[in-house]
Write a protein that binds this ligand. Structure first.
Ligand SMILES: Nc1ncnc2c1ncn2[C@@H]1O[C@H](COP(=O)(O)OP(=O)(O)OP(=O)(O)O)[C@@H](O)[C@H]1O
Length: 233
């Protein structure tokens, strides 16, 4: 498997007394399902935002394949994000004046590689919601719509920041099973953050963070089947 993303000694300070990331060096392989595991405040979102080109590091470098992307211009970052990356955010970020269908279609790529809208809606069990507006949805339904918007363009790298945070166990399992299916079917590289050690066991690789640093990095040669996990939520 080839290397798709690499961070070299990434650090991030938001101000003079808060260091969110400390010299993080990681290499991500194409087509793998990676989990970033850590307690609240350990630096997971900061790392995901830097790797997905939403935030610049204070020091260090980031590579996408062979290309260094640390200091891309705003326009270059927009193009990279539009063509290659998708994010699922903890806060959903659906546009309130658009319907579910319109929100999801915003995520489509201009290239001819999109996943079928109907397939995604069925898998996420939101077919019946496509004419509704975000304020007419539950938290879990909003999260599933945000997941659909992120997946539809069939990104090379899908960044999921606590993507099942608003869901109960049954729906979390459905979502993670579907993400695993996307990972296998399309070869999508997935980087999925969670604070839940039980959820992490379904991944191919588990990177654990504490206080802004990587404290363990394990290749999980026998990922647990999603349906066999006792999520304990
Ligand atoms: N914009 C910001 N300004 C100042 N400090 C920040 C900012 N964003 C994050 N931090 C700090 O950086 C540290 C890491 O935060 P981060 O959100 O990356 O952690 P996390 O592991 O994703 O947490 P959670 O699971 O709660 O989302 C925390 O101490 C947080 O307070």
């Amino acid at each position: 498997m080839s290397e798709i993303l690499k961070t070299v000694n990434i650090s991030k300070k938001f101000n003079s007394f808060e260091t969110a990331l400390k010299e993080v060096s990681l290499t991500f392989k194409s087509g793998m399902f990676h989990v970033i595991l850590g307690q609240s405040g350990s630096g997971k979102s900061t790392l995901i935002n830097i790797m997905s080109s939403l935030l610049k590091p204070t020091s260090g470098k980031i590579f996408y394949g062979e290309e260094e992307i640390t200091n891309l211009s705003k326009k270059e970052r927009l193009i990279l994000r539009h063509e290659k990356f998708s994010n699922i955010f903890q806060e959903y970020f659906l546009l309130s004046e658009l319907t579910v269908k319109e929100n999801i279609e915003l995520g489509k790529s201009a290239q001819d590689k999109n996943i079928s809208y109907e397939e995604i809606m069925q898998h996420l069990d939101i077919v019946h919601l496509d004419k509704r507006f975000p304020y007419e949805l539950s938290g879990g339904q909003r999260q599933r719509a945000a997941i659909a918007r992120a997946i539809i363009k069939n990104p090379d790298v899908l960044f999921c920041d606590e993507a099942t945070g608003a869901l109960d166990e049954e729906n979390s399992k459905k979502i993670v099973s579907y993400l695993k299916e996307i990972n296998k079917k399309y070869g999508t590289t997935i980087i999925f953050s969670t604070h839940n050690i039980k959820i992490s066991k379904m991944a191919d690789r588990i990177i654990t963070m504490k206080d802004g640093a990587v404290i363990s990095d394990i290749q999980n040669r026998t990922p647990t089947l999603v349906q066999d996990i006792d999520w304990g939520i």
